[in-house]
Each structure stands twice: as C-alpha cells, then as structure tokens.
Design a protein around this ligand. Structure first.
Ligand code: SME
Length: 156
C-alpha cells in the first residue's frame, strides 16, 4: 500500500520536475506535492549555506506546514545530525532523540534525508514531521532517498 503510493508518486514527480532546474521552484513544488499526496504535518527543505565567512549552517528552504526554525547548526538536532552523519535518520519518537529541535510541539516523529551534489557533498536535507509516533520506517527511507537522488540529478 505505502510502497505503491510512493512508487506512483515518484513517477509523477519525475515528470513534474524534469523540465525545471531552478532550485527554489523545484523544491517548493516537491514540498507541496508531498504534503498534498501524503498529508504529512510538515514537509520541507533545509539548505546548506555559508554566509559572510561564518560556518556553514542549514537555512530554512521551501516547505509546507507551520512556520519553522530559520537556522540549524552542523550536528544539531535531527537535521544537523543527518547532515553530519551523511545518512538518513528515522526518528520514531522525537523525545528520545538527544538534541531534537522542536520547531512545533505537535511534532512526534520525523525522517530526515540528506541531499548530495555531484561531488557527494551534502547540499541540504529533506525533513518530514508527523504528529504521531512511529510514522516513518524503512519503506519511507527507501523511497524518500530515491526522491532525493532524483533531486540531486535534476538540481545539483
Ligand atoms: N526537528 C528538526 C528541526 C526542524 S523542524 O522539525 C521543521 C530537527 O531536530 O532538526
């Protein structure tokens, strides 16, 4: 059921983004498509940026859902940890994740997937939050990683 949903979502998404290569425009539509199709509580991107000689941080990018934190440092929270560890993090209960950043107190579980450029540097992360515990599993990880690979190919 979930597999089929993701499989058909990803083939539609490939068509949606194939002719556009502007980062913000594509990420905005991907966030909207995920939110519309799956009804997630919060879906969005944090993008790695280095500003005025200060250390690179994750900056809030296109998203759908309640307002969120602007910046996340390397290694901080789930997003900064996925960036540092260069791997997808599935968090069944955010209260059990040391250093979790609560942008919304309603968020109970989440998944964060890194996005890479051609040099295999992390350029950002996809973050999806749920108001229920244990929403995300290995199936979500597998398909959302495919989605992020599609974004890497199309944008970075
Ligand atoms: N919970 C995330 C912060 C981003 S918000 O959930 C939108 C974290 O711990 O990195």
């Amino acid at each position: 059921m979930k597999r089929e949903h993701y499989a058909s979502f990803l083939s539609d998404l490939a068509l949606l983004i194939q002719d556009e290569h502007d980062e913000i425009s594509v990420l905005a539509n991907v966030a909207a498509a995920l939110k519309e199709s799956f009804g997630f509580f919060w879906v969005g991107f944090y993008l790695v940026k280095e500003k005025e000689g200060s250390a690179p941080q994750l900056y809030l990018g296109p998203f759908q859902g309640p307002t969120a934190c602007y910046r996340i440092a390397y290694g901080r929270g789930v997003c900064g940890s996925a960036w540092k560890q260069r791997q997808t993090l599935v968090v069944p209960d955010v209260e059990e994740f040391p250093g979790h950043i609560a942008c919304s107190s309603l968020s109970r579980s989440e998944i964060v997937v890194p996005i890479y450029n051609k040099s295999f540097e992390v350029v950002g992360v996809l973050d999806i939050d749920s108001t229920e515990l244990g929403t995300f599993d290995d199936i979500d990880r597998q398909y959302l990683e495919q989605l992020c690979q599609l974004l890497s190919k199309n944008l970075y």
